[in-house]
Design a protein around this ligand. Structure first.
Ligand code: ZN
Length: 193
């Protein structure tokens, strides 16, 4: 086994699992772990070498890559509605905007507790939707809007594109008068996107 440092420089950018050195040369400190005498980085960040005390630690980078997990509340725009599914382009997780986006899938059985006969009575392409991530399989995120505070937060008229107003139990377009249905969130039309 190589007992010498792998040429690690102070403040070097490292990723999880990256070799930092061996326990004969450094005392492992925060942000590291040891396996078979080799010290590895546990996090993505900057390696800090304390040559006086022979310590190595890794200071995590503050900007983490955000990925959704089960239970996350997400905000996205409906990109398409096909049969019993709506595809949602998610751009916020837990109130924080993402640098990119990921796609979530809302199935008709996860819309609300009561029976829904058509996905077009739930949301339409272009709508802004708040949902909860309920499962994650093969990088596919399944969403739910069952809770009262989940569902469409902004909807747009399918005829003229104007923002719809919420009435009791339905939506109406203040410009052209078209009446539509959505699964609304309890704070429809009031939030900041
Ligand atoms: Zn309209």
């Amino acid at each position: 086994m190589d007992s010498h440092s792998s040429g690690l420089k102070n403040s070097q950018f490292v990723v999880p699992g990256e070799r930092l050195g061996v326990i004969e040369e450094f005392t492992p400190s925060s942000g590291t772990y040891v396996q078979d005498g080799v010290i590895y980085s546990q996090v993505t960040g900057r390696a800090l070498l304390d040559l006086l005390n022979k310590r190595v630690s890794v200071r995590p980078v503050t900007r983490e890559v955000r990925v959704p997990s089960v239970g996350s509340i997400v905000l996205g725009q409906v990109s398409s509605v096909q049969g019993q599914n709506a595809f949602v382009r998610v751009f916020k997780i837990g109130g924080k905007r993402l640098s990119g986006f990921f796609t979530g899938l809302l199935h008709i059985s996860d819309v609300q507790l009561r029976y829904v006969d058509s996905m077009f009575a739930v949301c339409k392409p272009g709508d802004i939707l708040r949902a909860k991530v309920i499962s994650e399989k093969n990088k596919g995120y399944h969403l739910s809007t069952v809770d009262k505070n989940l569902g469409v937060v902004y909807a747009f008229c399918s005829q003229c594109g104007y923002a719809l107003e919420s009435r009791r139990g339905y939506m109406s377009c203040p410009r052209c008068g078209k009446v539509e249905k959505r699964k609304e969130a309890s704070d429809y039309g009031t939030g900041v996107i």
